[in-house]
Ligand binder design. Structure first.
Ligand code: ZN
Length: 161
């Protein structure tokens, strides 16, 4: 399939992104998720379903399934890899750190690792929505575990903020 987006990025970042896209980490579902959420980015057609298993206030396991562009799916892979094992509070901070990197142009957090590869996406507002989808979906799952309301990156219909 044609993959235009990664050509916007430099070679190293493109390699990291394609690696996560082709070999996604934590892809699949959980037997007994504590919470889950669905996210959609209608502008690009990206969809993410996220399942989280919480244990003593920490993310014991996290899995995602989804379809969409390479940036949306690679970001989901990177996000799950990063937050697995973290406390809910730390995962919540990570969502803020990621949004600051993508929207405010902040430097990546020191231990972001592969996630740093998405910093080049920040220059392309339409692609920021692709990259942010999994993170917004994570927040939805953690904050509203009882609500099945899907999140959308379409700000016109989002009821938060
Ligand atoms: Zn996309």
């Amino acid at each position: 399939m044609p993959e235009r987006e990664p050509s916007l990025l430099d070679d190293l970042y493109r390699e990291i992104l394609l690696n996560h896209y082709r070999s996604p980490r934590n892809k699949g579902t959980l037997d007994a998720p504590t919470c889950s959420a669905d996210g959609a980015n209608p502008l690009c057609g990206d969809e993410i379903h996220l399942e989280v298993e919480l244990e003593d206030g920490a993310i014991d396991a996290v899995r995602f399934t989804g379809t969409g562009c390479s940036i949306s799916q690679a970001s989901a892979s990177m996000m799950t890899e990063y937050v697995a094992g973290k406390t809910v509070a730390a995962a919540d901070r990570a969502v803020d750190d990621f949004q600051r990197m993508m929207i405010e142009g902040a430097s990546p957090v020191d231990d972001f690792g592969d996630i740093e590869a998405l910093v080049g996406v920040a220059k392309f507002p339409a692609r920021v929505k692709c990259a942010s989808l999994a993170w917004k979906t994570l927040r939805q799952a953690l904050e509203h575990p009882d609500i099945a309301e899907p999140v959308t990156t379409d700000d016109r219909s989002a009821n938060h903020g």
